[in-house]
Design a protein around this ligand. Structure first.
Ligand code: BGC
Length: 745
């Protein structure tokens, strides 16, 4: 039976190949052209790029090194009319078969779909996705984004934000993957791997240390090299290694004196030489500040336009100010990236986005992202026993908040709190997704009386809460690119609202929709706290599934929740002085930015002590620690064994000691020998273990030696400091019941 089947399959396949070959040959014959030799996919991307490069004129080379412009950010070329509507458009070279690069922002979904008359799914924001600690979920996240990018006609993504959260008031915290370089690096690696597997150019950003939005175009970040390599830069190193992403976006800020986009240390010494990155560096939008300096430092491509890398660069080459070999290297990198990512062999074809499929993925990932922070036997709610529920909170009747700026995804039907017909989303304005907590709760408890109060008047909300079996307060904190948060408090007097509701009803559940940690002066008064982040297109269904126990929460915090801003490494976010702020009253702000603003200083003297490493080292108590999250079941840990070796293997057993199935994120930390002079511990690995009630599993986590090493600046490399390493295992950075010390050298 089998050989016969194979034969049949083979002959069918031969027919398909024959038809394909005839069609291809006749297409070529009709056009009268021979296929370009570099279109042979059996050649390496390197060979293919070199072959194309040889055929290119200087004008064609220059055309690949810049975008076509964006209103407000410099001159705009008439060619921009052919853009697909994304943030960046680079013309193709049809005579050589090189397609255009169509770039779109795509942090938690494809941006600008509204203004282009398209649709895209909003996944839970990146920080939420990091809370799943789930590399498969991260892969699904990237795969969905890539599918929707391709369906909309894009071949390059501008997602992949991994600036570590040094400053939780950073307005882009929601777009990044938390405070730990290993977690952030692994997660972004999985997202980018998925995007590139679907032949979309993946991009990691914003390289590097773009850790605050205030004065981002002028700020000079001072940090010592070892601290930079072991924190923010390590996240990029891991992400690139895991994904082979072929693009990196350099950031707006300066690092130790030089702008990131003309910083030789960052772009050439580390990225291109040490990490052997073969792809191209694209500037953030308006982050190019020079021609010769930037080119020599390793910037390959200017976006969004051609202030420096257009006719100036051509003239620079002709005048011998920029060596042609340097330009050739930039071009080769871009061509290499296009061949390596498959955008030339398999260009995107526009099609209808799978809306239902997107909803499904968004909800599943949201369910894995929601962190249960507190639960005094309040959750899960039993719909058969709860007779009345008060749903309270701003706009909780119609929607859930999302994160804004270039990450913003446009909701179907428009902003949920705008009048119908005014659905357009405006850059850096709050957008509520039409995913209604009230409706989702009603659907879960059809027999209960579910009433709503916006919370605008805390006294009326408290009066409603008093009459209900349970009060659920949906509280939010909105954040956006370009602005930092003033503090970590919930806005709109929501702390007062929650305190009043909790005083009226001890069975109060708080659901947080935040992009950063928030302080919770009411934490002791409420029965349960759920962190839902910016939960995406299907956020309310995911939250309701957790509240009513259809989903057992498993997520853990990728970021510390401090007790107060006073505990942060920096009491305030340093603001730019007036001379560092572009004068927005003059028509061409971009000229001032391009010319370079007067720098102001931010010094990261906490060094490598980012997030939990800071609180550990400073012995500061926190509200909820990194790696923390509850479940509706409980777990125990036993039988730790550490096998020393180049990459030590840490084995242990996790047992589900409760009465329902769940997934436990088992975390492995290590403390280094005293001679390493490092913070008390660092995350070195984890495993997400699915366990039925009562079930035990042995887990082995192999620890990459780099995660145990320090960066030796003199030797310019990672170094394992010989001595005693203590491995610690458990369910949160502050709950590590297993410990074993081994000697490593
Ligand atoms: C942001 C980038 C974004 C770019 C294009 C910039 O303002 O910093 O993250 O990719 O705009 O929209």
């Amino acid at each position: 039976m089998q050989p016969h089947l194979n034969q049949k399959l083979f002959s069918q396949l031969s027919v398909v190949i024959a038809i394909f070959t005839i069609t291809l040959t006749s297409a070529i014959a009709q056009s009268g052209e021979k296929p370009h030799p570099w279109m042979n996919p059996n050649l390496s991307p390197d060979e293919r790029a070199s072959m194309v490069l040889k055929e290119m004129t200087l004008d064609e080379k220059i055309s690949l090194l810049h975008g076509t412009g964006m209103t407000g950010l410099g001159p705009v070329s008439p060619l921009a009319a052919q853009s697909n509507g994304g943030a960046g458009y680079v013309v193709g070279i049809p005579r050589l078969g090189i397609p255009a690069i169509q770039m779109s922002d795509a942090a938690y979904g494809v941006r600008s779909s509204g203004e282009n008359g398209r649709y895209s799914t909003a996944l839970p924001a990146d920080l939420g996705a990091a809370a799943s600690w789930d590399l498969d979920a991260a892969y699904q996240y990237g795969a969905l984004i890539a599918r929707e990018l391709r369906a909309q006609g894009y071949n390059m993504s501008l997602g992949g934000g991994i600036n570590l959260t040094r400053e939780p008031r950073d307005g882009r915290t929601f777009e990044f993957l938390g405070e730990d370089p290993v977690l952030a690096g692994k997660m972004v690696g999985a997202v980018m791997k998925a995007e590139q597997a679907q032949h979309v150019i993946g991009d990691l950003k914003h390289y590097a240390l773009n850790d605050q939005e205030s004065g981002r175009e002028a700020v000079n970040v001072n940090i010592d090299q070892r601290a930079a390599r072991e924190s923010d830069m390590l996240a990029f190193e891991i992400g690139l290694q895991d994904s082979n992403a072929v693009a990196v976006m350099c950031s707006y800020n300066r690092v130790n004196g030089d702008y990131a986009c003309e910083n030789k240390y960052l772009l050439t010494d580390v990225l291109k030489k040490d990490w052997q990155f073969k792809g191209f560096v694209v500037s953030d939008w308006g982050a190019t500040h020079s021609m010769a300096k930037a080119s020599a430092a390793g910037l390959d491509h200017e976006e969004p336009g051609f202030i420096f890398y257009g006719s100036d660069l051509k003239a620079g080459v002709e005048a011998g100010k920029v060596p042609l070999a340097e330009v050739d290297d930039h071009v080769h990198r871009i061509l290499w990236a296009m061949f390596a990512a498959g955008v030339i062999d398999d260009p995107p074809r526009k099609s209808v986005v799978d809306v239902e499929g997107g909803f499904e993925v968004a909800q599943r990932i949201a369910e894995q992202s929601i962190v249960l922070l507190k639960n005094e036997a309040q959750l899960p709610l039993d719909a058969s026993k709860v007779h009345s529920i008060a749903v309270i909170g701003p706009h909780a009747d119609v929607g859930m908040i999302s994160g804004a700026g270039s990450a913003q995804v446009d909701p179907p039907g428009g902003n949920a709190i705008m009048p119908p017909g005014h659905g357009q989303t405006i850059w850096a304005n709050p957008v509520w997704f039409p995913t209604s907590p009230l409706k989702a709760v009603r659907a879960k408890a059809p027999a209960a009386k579910v009433q709503f109060d916006s919370g605008g008047d805390p006294a009326s909300a408290a009066a409603l809460a008093k009459t209900a079996d349970v009060a659920i307060v949906f509280a939010y904190q909105w954040e956006t690119e370009a602005t930092d948060l003033a503090n970590l408090s919930l806005p709109e007097h929501q702390d007062d609202l929650i305190a009043k509701v909790a005083a009226a009803n001890p069975h109060t559940v708080v659901v947080l929709e935040t992009g950063s940690p928030v302080t919770m002066p009411w934490a002791d008064q409420v029965g349960a706290i759920v962190e839902a982040w910016y939960a995406g297109s299907r956020g309310s269904d995911a939250v309701a599934n957790v509240l009513f126990g259809e989903v057992n929460p498993s997520a853990k915090l990728p970021i510390t929740f401090p007790k107060s801003e006073n505990d942060l490494p920096h009491p305030t976010v340093v603001q730019p002085p007036s001379e560092s702020i572009p004068n927005r009253r003059v028509p061409s702000v971009w000229r001032q930015i391009a010319a370079g603003l007067v720098p102001f200083q931010v010094t990261y003297d906490e060094g490598v002590k980012v997030g939990y490493k800071w609180y550990d080292a400073e012995k500061k108590a926190v509200l909820f620690p990194f790696g923390y999250g509850l479940s509706y079941t409980t777990y125990s840990y036993s039988k730790l064994k550490v096998m020393a070796g180049t990459n030590p293997r840490v084995s242990f057993t996790v047992t589900n000691t409760g009465s329902r199935a769940g997934a436990e994120i088992a975390e492995v930390y290590a403390s280094l020998p005293a001679a390493a002079a490092e913070p008390p511990k660092r995350l070195v690995g984890w495993s997400k273990v699915k366990l039925n009630a009562g079930e035990s599993k042995e887990v082995t986590v192999e620890v990459d030696q780099k995660y145990l090493s320090i960066f030796n600046v003199e030797k310019k490399g990672w170094q394992l400091v010989p001595g005693e390493y203590t491995f610690m295992v458990g369910g949160s950075s502050l709950d590590l019941p297993l410990k074993e010390t081994v000697n490593l050298r």
